[in-house]
Design a protein around this ligand. Structure first.
Ligand code: SF4
Length: 420
């Protein structure tokens, strides 16, 4: 979400004839888009603000603005704490802020990247005990279907091939709109947009994900077989303490349902280790779940209390830091082994890659399942869907060469990975 907002903000500014500078010292305007989802991220933002303070002192003409989650409801407190910052504006309020500067806000970049983000809702109505997001981003607010559809049509017209719909909890999208459309309805509308080849979305919530959505993913040809479904823990007592609103058994059933209806689904999840009072056996239950469900990707974080959350107030952060690190490392090692095995199955196969850019002389892009692929070629493939035969795999990425199979292309349903 933070990255999507930064991209939008740079587009606004470029359309107002601002140019990016190589260093912060050369800039006339610096906008800091803060993420405070973890304490360490918030500390980095504060550190950056202190550095900018001396720059502002030596260059009083510099305009300094701060947005993102740091800008919560108590604006006065922020102004008192950082008096040298010229503007604070809330996430998603860049158009209003620019309008206040007498600049006409325009929303979309002239030439979006082939793969671009589209926020569909802001805020979150859940109350996970460890999470600061609802406190900073407020109640959930969905964007109307027609507004999102218009934006995606316009992005397609300007060259985007793939859109990733963003929300803190995409499964509750639309409940606050007239006629209560849901994510499956929205995907149905977007699937018909000419020029868009792929649609993704994140993040899902196991408590709210519906069977209707699973059916929509299976049915709609442009919706990619990739789901991000954070489980956080494999232990029901920990899940209760986290106030996640589901049990491990429910999570298992959801995954089984998805895999039966969409066999090629790529699944990623998030896990927190070292939550207050997490015992060794509770941690082992998380490992068991990871071994059983075999995710393509696991994002693991060690618990750290966030001031203002229920967990920080009510629970003692009683797992020593070394123990958290040990658990984190065990999850990482387990996942590395699982991802190695899953990705090795793609060796020798041909995958469809949307080329998003290049790195160190190689083109890079992603499969429909979201796997990162590198391949070499002198042709210009930027923004194209290319068939690539996989020649090397690792837990993190795949490498291959362009395969010309258009004449013999076999399509089995919508899945385009072909064993030759
Ligand atoms: S669903 Fe939970 S973890 Fe996710 S943003 Fe909302 S409160 Fe935070």
């Amino acid at each position: 979400m933070n990255k999507a907002e930064s991209e939008r903000l740079s587009s606004f500014l470029e359309q107002l004839d601002y140019q990016p500078t190589a260093t912060v010292e050369e800039a006339n305007l610096v906008v800091l888009n803060s993420c405070v989802v973890r304490q360490s991220a918030e500390n980095r933002v504060i550190g950056k603000l202190h550095t900018l303070k001396s720059l502002k002192r030596s260059r009083p003409d510099l305009t300094l603005a701060v947005t993102g989650c740091l800008v919560n409801s108590d604006l006065q407190a922020l102004r008192d704490r950082f008096p040298y910052v010229d503007y604070f504006f809330k996430p998603g309020e860049a158009p209003q802020w620019l309008a206040e500067q007498d600049q006409p806000p325009r929303v979309l970049p002239d030439k979006p990247s082939p793969s671009t983000f589209v926020p569909i809702a802001q805020g979150c109505n859940n109350s996970c005990s460890y999470c600061i997001v609802p406190h900073r981003r407020g109640r959930e607010k969905s964007r109307p279907v027609t507004e999102i559809l218009g934006e995606v049509e316009e992005l397609a017209r300007r060259g985007a091939k793939e859109v990733t719909l963003l929300g803190q909890n995409v499964d509750s999208y639309g409940h606050d709109l007239p006629a209560s459309p849901d994510l499956a309805d929205l995907l149905g509308e977007l699937n018909a947009v000419d020029g868009i080849a792929r649609i993704r979305f994140l993040t899902n919530h196991p408590k709210d994900m519906s069977l209707k959505l699973i059916e929509a993913i299976a049915r709609l040809d442009k919706v990619c077989e990739q789901i991000s479904l954070p489980v956080q823990s494999g232990d029901n007592d920990i899940l209760r303490a986290m106030r996640r609103g589901y049990a491990v058994e429910h999570y298992h059933q959801l995954v089984l349902k998805m895999r039966s209806q969409i066999p090629e689904i790529a699944l990623s999840t998030d896990v927190i280790v070292g939550f207050p009072s997490e015992s060794e056996s509770q941690f082992q239950r998380t490992l068991k779940l990871l071994r059983e469900l075999r995710f393509d990707t696991v994002h693991v974080a060690a618990y750290s209390p966030r001031a203002g959350t229920f967990a920080a107030r009510e629970y003692e952060d009683n797992i020593p830091s070394d123990e958290k690190k040990r658990r984190l490392h065990i999850v990482e090692q387990l996942q590395e082994k699982i991802a190695t095995e899953i990705n090795a199955e793609l060796l020798g196969r041909v995958v469809e890659v949307l080329v998003e850019g290049s790195k160190k002389g190689k083109w890079q892009g992603r499969t429909r399942g979201g796997k990162l692929v590198f391949f070499g070629s002198n042709c210009d493939y930027l923004g194209q869907l290319v068939k690539v035969r996989i020649e090397k795999t690792s837990p993190w990425s795949l490498q291959g060469r362009v395969e010309d199979i258009s004449a013999t292309e076999i399509r089995r349903g919508k899945w385009e990975e072909i064993k030759l």
